[in-house]
Ligand binder design. Structure first.
Ligand code: SF4
Length: 378
């Protein structure tokens, strides 16, 4: 299977109050040092093998100049045998782009955009500390279409502070009215030290009850079904042929190389992670030192557990005979006793070949997947 190449861009124009990604405030001088470091790391790693996706994630990759994106793509194309139809995705925040910049990204080789919209309600966007408005997000989408982007994904988040089921469905309607090719619908998870927690306490905002969160998830996906999208993963839907080729590598036991600070890679049964701090990463590249700091060899049971966790996220689920031939374990023989109650409750389906979660099962994915951890630990 061809490799995926991930490029991390750790800069943001402002820090959102719920975010715990590896990112920092945009610093033009640091960016000037970061992009050459990325190119150098990519040039060193290139071994000529086949790759068919490049994914610029962040952070806010659309803060790069189109010429910088072009230079990174060129470095990838020099280092690997990049498929002529490679999927090249750029994550974009609506406030960072203009028609001219979009044209530049397209000329650089980007052929897929992932637009971080999050909500089509300005009050919700403000509560999250986002810089764009709903109108700006719509305009950014239309501009991208006008510049010829035929593969655009939009992100939305549900279970936001003060959000009702009706508010959420308004955003879903606004999304379907635009007609993107792909959409990701996430539940907001507020991590323990998130500044948003303090703001919620000060402003006395709350999130909807768990049952409403479940309703948001199920009814949001139902609207997407009716608008002609196909769910293929817990949080992701797409028009036919528009599932994210890059992200599918994570969920189907694929291999990918990550470049830039904090980027993860998995290849040949080994997983590693780059230094997280941007300056440390730049210095490591400049001195010819190690950019990776954590290496872990995934041995038999670890690899199997990983494949189970990732594969079960997909609507297609796990191919039990294929896993048996790859890992020598019949997942149903080993876990069937514990999984049977989930099957009886309508959360899981096993047809003798594939093992997959139903949509209500996806809401309880952690509970279903806990079976694999308990069994592996034992
Ligand atoms: S723009 Fe994205 S990466 Fe940057 S702070 Fe906000 S959520 Fe985090």
């Amino acid at each position: 299977m061809s490799l995926g190449l991930y490029v991390h861009i750790p800069f943001c124009s402002a820090i959102c109050n719920y975010c715990n990604f590896n990112r920092g405030l945009f610093d033009a001088a640091q960016k000037e040092r970061y992009v050459p470091a990325l190119r150098a790391e990519i040039a060193r790693a290139g071994d000529g093998s086949a790759a068919d996706t490049i994914y610029f994630g962040g952070g806010t990759p659309s803060l790069l100049e189109p010429a910088e994106v072009a230079a990174v793509i060129e470095a990838c194309a020099r280092g690997w045998a990049l498929a002529p139809d490679a999927e090249i995705t750029l994550e974009v925040n609506p406030e960072t782009i203009t028609r001219e910049r979009l044209a530049g990204f397209r000329a650089a080789g980007v052929n897929r955009l992932s637009l971080g919209v999050q909500s089509f309600h300005d009050t919700e966007l403000r509560r999250l500390g986002r810089l764009h408005s709903a109108a700006r997000a719509e305009e950014a989408f239309q501009d991208a279409r006008a510049e010829g982007f035929q593969n655009i994904s939009l992100d939305l988040m549900m279970w936001l502070p003060q959000q009702t089921v009706a508010d959420w469905l308004d955003s879903v309607e606004a999304l379907t009215a635009l007609g993107p090719d792909h959409a990701s619908l996430y539940l907001l998870e507020i991590y323990p030290n998130a500044p948003l927690r303090d703001e919620m306490a000060r402003a006395r905002w709350s999130v909807a009850a768990d049952e409403d969160a479940a309703e948001m998830y199920l009814s949001g996906l139902d609207r997407m079904d009716r608008a002609g999208y196909m769910q293929y993963e817990i949080c992701n839907v797409a028009r036919p042929g528009r599932a994210s080729r890059h992200n599918l590598k994570y969920w189907t036991d694929g291999e990918w190389l990550g470049f830039g600070c904090g980027a993860h890679s998995t290849r040949g049964g080994v997983r590693w992670k780059n230094r997280s701090a941007t300056d440390e990463y730049i210095s490591a590249v400049a001195s010819g030192g190690q950019t990776a700091i954590e290496y872990r060899r995934l041995e038999g049971e670890d690899r199997l557990e990983e494949a189970l966790f990732m594969g079960l996220r997909l609507n297609a689920g796990l191919d039990v005979p294929a896993l048996k031939s790859r890992y020598g374990v019949d997942v149903w023989d080993r876990h069937g006793g514990e999984l049977q109650p989930f099957v009886e409750a309508g959360l899981l389906i096993y047809d003798g070949r594939s093992l997959r979660m139903t949509r209500p099962g996806m809401l309880l994915a952690n509970e279903v997947m806990a079976v694999f951890i308990r069994s592996t630990v034992r």
